[in-house]
Design a protein around this ligand. Structure first.
Ligand SMILES: Cc1cc2nc3c(=O)[nH]c(=O)nc-3n(C[C@H](O)[C@H](O)[C@H](O)COP(=O)(O)O)c2cc1C
Length: 173
């Protein structure tokens, strides 16, 4: 179990996974981290749908994203688990809350030694013409919509954490 600074420094978007499944405890720890994230006015409106590799809905999302054509790449990089974070459509802060929750989940995964990648590219599929179909298939609560997703699994690929430019990104007044 790494501490939060190690997790932030070492996390990177993992784009390749082994076949090893996650345990129920690992999944539970990551989901709990999402639910422990702060939400505006403590509304706790974030909903998480856990989907295991092989569930047909994952391929349906890819097909919708690709206009019915077979996906050239697996958007989930063959991760054993994908988690979709949905939020209340009418609540102004839901996208921010979902972003905070998904980063908590990413750091929790890193803390468990697991790879993860945040997935935004399925947004068009989940908010397009089949939006209602997917809302039902993914069991969102009523009045919810897709916000963000994360794939998690055991790392089969690596990369250096990204660099950043303090001087252009930070202003100290
Ligand atoms: C909102 C958001 C959406 C993202 N969507 C995708 C995605 O659809 N596919 C992907 O491979 N990576 C995605 N990423 C990962 C970014 O590409 C990645 O965080 C960035 O390149 C920095 O690399 P690092 O995470 O390894 O530090 C997303 C990240 C964020 C924050």
């Amino acid at each position: 179990m790494s501490d939060v600074f190690e997790a932030m420094a070492n996390r990177f978007s993992t784009r390749g996974y082994t076949e090893e499944k996650l345990t129920k405890d690992e999944i539970g720890t990551i989901v709990k981290a999402g639910l422990q994230a702060p939400t505006a006015t403590n509304r706790q409106e974030i909903h998480i749908t856990v989907i295991e590799k092989g569930n047909p809905v994952l391929a349906e999302i890819e097909d919708a994203r690709n206009g019915g054509k077979t996906a050239p790449v697996n958007f989930y990089y063959n991760a054993p688990v994908v988690m979709i974070v949905s939020g209340e459509t009418a609540f102004h802060w839901s996208s921010v809350d979902a972003g905070i929750a998904v980063e908590n989940m990413a750091l929790a995964a890193e803390g468990l030694g697991l790879g993860n990648v945040i997935i935004g590219c399925i947004r068009d599929a989940l908010t397009g013409p089949k939006k209602d179909y997917f809302a039902k298939a993914l069991h969102y609560p009523e009045g919810y919509e897709y916000k963000i997703a994360i794939a998690v699994g055991h790392k089969a690929s690596g990369k250096e954490p990204h660099t950043y430019d303090w001087d252009s990104q930070v202003t100290m007044l």
